[in-house]
Design a protein around this ligand. Sequence first.
Ligand code: COA
Length: 360
Amino acid sequence: MTYFKHESAYVDDGCEIGEGTKIWHFCHVQKGARIGRNCVFGQNVNVAGDVVIGNGVKVQNNVSIYTGTVIEDFVFLGPSCVLTNVTNPRSEVNRHSLYERTLIRRGASIGANATIVCGMTVGRYAFVAAGAVVAKDVPDYALMVGVPGRRVGWISRHGLPLKTPDVSGVYVCPESGLRYREIEPGTLRCVDLDEEATLPETMRRGRSTTTTSSTAAARHDGPKSIVTKNFAVIGVAGYVAPRHLRAIRETGNRLVAAVDPHDSVRILDRYSYEIRYFREIERFDRHLDKLRRGPEESRIHWVSVCSPNYLHDSHIRIFSEGFTELHTEVYRRTLAGSGFSIAEARPSVEFVHSIRAARK
Ligand SMILES: CC(C)(COP(=O)(O)OP(=O)(O)OC[C@H]1O[C@@H](n2cnc3c(N)ncnc32)[C@H](O)[C@@H]1OP(=O)(O)O)[C@@H](O)C(=O)NCCC(=O)NCCS
């Protein structure tokens, strides 16, 4: 026997288990399961029949891997995470022949207590946060948080959030230095290493966690990494200003809507493809109003106004009523004249700091 099995664990006949794999206390590997090399199964893990598991997979305590699940190489399954195989289970109705397939692709991590609804594919190196519920396919390198899980950003192969791309759209992992780029909206690829290539030996020893990396250290001085506030930007008097976009991103927030009668699309596209863009303020306002009535995670929390002047008076009035925070590069006199409370608006030099302060 080239693998290790603790005496309290059961491995049924007809299983394939690769060399160097360790199966710890109270595990049960059921008939027909195929497990690769150098995997580790913590305490109380159940691997159902016919499950396929690759090499170098780590499964923490109390995980059940059901029939229909395929786990590729180097996947990490956090403690008590849940994989499912029937969407509509009923005790009285037998659906044994209808098990749905769940695919966890190479290098993905599933956080503690997270749930993957069946039929989903979790992409390569994606990261599902602790407690998240994944009910949609997850792209490669996506960082998924919350219930329902939504992508709040990208994460590197080393598990560090990828914050701000440089001017050419390249993200650099603060730990490994590997570079990443969105090749199309919603698709990230590593520039330096093919997704299927093995990590070079020199890159295999972790040097930082998300809380010790330099970006994280900077973040903890100010804002945190995970997006929690949605922004809308108004660029009526000129164009949407890139410095606003940068400030929103650098403070870990998310831009979801923008209005500008001019052609800001190219500026916005360099930032993200996920922004709803409007040319008419009325349609923009209606959109925000719809979001305001929707769930908390899609609501606009803050509105940022680029280079305001008298053209903005009416918009500032509209938006000052509906939002807890309104950021402007304020011409104080203009705003005072518009009847808007300048105490709530902040000049651009304070823009980043004010977001940081408000997020504490
Ligand atoms: C998702 C994760 C990687 C984020 O790490 P991070 O970048 O260091 O995040 P931070 O601690 O800076 O938190 C940033 C924000 O996200 C929130 N957050 C962090 N983890 C979260 C989670 N799992 N679900 C929801 N929100 C989360 C924080 O409360 C914080 O919110 P705030 O900005 O409103 O204050 C991490 O929290 C996580 O879930 N890791 C999985 C741990 C795990 O399961 N390990 C298993 C092996 S023991």
